[in-house]
Every structure is written in structure tokens, then in C-alpha cells.
Design a protein around this ligand. Structure first.
Ligand code: CA
Length: 228
């Protein structure tokens, strides 16, 4: 599934250039030209990253970043701010409200891709197939192995995919439907209840090491992978 990048930028030439660059690099671009359209595009399926211009018609990038970071569903979506030269104050404010990085206009596509990769590597290592480690629970996407202290943990392919998704999207709540879309794919017909079955199996596989506590039920909403 290609990653969705939401581009929030009111200047059409920059927005179109960014869209083009994203698609060239295998990302799916979603465009928003003002505050309100950005808000309406932050819905299912959620973007995997937001490139956020600071001065927007209808509201500021700061307001939008704050809004994203205050909602459980969107708080872990990485944000890269697009700022104009000399807006030091804005950069500081942006990082304070939870933006992950910023890039100063004008920038080259190469520079932007490097920033994006660095942010993805930090927040969502699936892109790079890097091994994941949460408190000793290790998942290696390449060898398809899960281990705790060098003891291998056995689980089915669906539980593996589910755990991989959770480990790359921690601290975010997902509904059963969202999990189906992300883990099973959108074209597969499976009942919501199937998610519960696999969650139960995943927890069971992790119980021996006490890691089942990481797979949390959020009553009335869905599930969350959390260290807290
Ligand atoms: Ca602007």
C-alpha cells in the first residue's frame, strides 16, 4: 500500500510541484489549499504524513498541527512544516506544538525527500523494513521473525502483520474497520469480528513474555498498541 502524503499549501505552483515529487517517489499525494480543506482531508484513510505550510487561508499551520496532535486518531501522524525564510519564531512554535521537522522554502525535492525519510525512519520504520524493538519485543520484517530475549515467538501470518502494523503505529487508536483496511487490505471481505479473533491470538502468543499488555482495548473504539 503506498503511503499517503497530505500536502497543505495555498500556493498552487508549490503544491503541484510537491504533488508531482510525491508521486514520482511512489507516494500518493492528497492536496489541500486552505485550512478547512486540510481538516476535511484528515479523515479515513488517514495520511501517513502531512507537509504543512505555515500561513494558510482560514487558519494557521500551528492551529492545524495543534488540532492533529490533540486527537488520539491523528496524534502520531508526522508533520513536516514548510516555512519561509526568517520565520524563526514559527519554527520554534511549530516544534513546540509537535511538528516533527521543518524545511525552509525554497527547498529542493532531494532535500525534502531526505527529511521525509529521516522522519519516517524515526516514527514509522516499516517504510525501510528496519527491525523493530519495543522494550525487548523484537520484530524483524525481513526474516519475518519475532523474538524476546533471543527466544523466538510463534504466531500466524495475520498476527505477524497485525503486530507489525501496531509496532509501526504505536500510541494510536484504530477501529476494527481501520485495522481491516490496513492489515487485511481494502478489497478483502472480512467481518469486524475477525479482528477480535486475531487480536486474541496475538495476545495469547505474547502472554508468556507479558507483552500482551501492549495490545490494549479501547472501549467502544477499537485497539491501541501502547507502552503506557
Ligand atoms: Ca502560504
Amino acid at each position: 500500500m503506498s503511503r499517503r502524503i497530505l500536502i497543505v499549501e495555498d500556493e498552487a505552483p508549490i503544491r503541484e510541484m510537491l504533488s508531482f515529487v510525491m508521486e514520482q517517489h511512489g507516494y500518493q499525494a492528497v492536496e489541500a489549499k486552505d485550512f478547512d480543506s486540510a481538516v476535511s482531508r484528515i479523515a479515513e484513510p488517514y495520511p501517513d504524513m502531512v507537509l504543512l505550510d505555515w500561513m494558510l487561508p482560514g487558519g494557521s499551520g500551528i492551529q492545524l498541527a495543534k488540532k492533529l496532535k490533540s486527537d488520539d486518531f491523528t496524534r502520531n501522524i508526522p508533520i513536516i512544516m514548510l516555512t519561509a525564510r526568517g520565520e524563526e519564531e514559527d519554527k520554534i512554535k511549530g516544534l513546540e506544538v509537535g511538528a516533527d521537522d521543518y524545511i525552509t522554502k525554497p527547498f529542493s525535492p532531494k532535500e525534502l525527500m531526505a527529511r521525509m525519510r529521516a522522519v519516517f525512519r524515526r516514527v514509522a520504520p516499516t517504510v525501510l523494513d528496519e527491525p523493530l524493538d519495543f522494550d525487548g519485543l523484537k520484530l524483524d520484517p525481513v526474516s519475518h521473525r519475532i523474538s524476546v530475549n533471543d527466544n523466538s515467538v510463534d504466531m500466524g501470518p495475520t498476527e505477524f502483520k497485525l503486530l507489525h502494523f501496531f509496532m509501526t503505529h504505536p500510541e494510536r487508536v484504530y477501529s476494527r474497520e481501520q485495522l481491516l483496511d490496513h492489515v487485511w487490505g481494502t478489497n478483502v471481505y472480512v467481518e469486524d469480528r475477525t479482528v477480535d479473533v486475531h487480536i486474541r491470538r496475538l495476545r495469547k502468543a505474547l502472554t508468556e513474555y507479558g507483552f500482551d499488555r501492549l495490545i490494549q482495548t479501547v472501549r467502544g473504539v477499537g485497539y491501541r498498541f501502547s507502552m503506557r
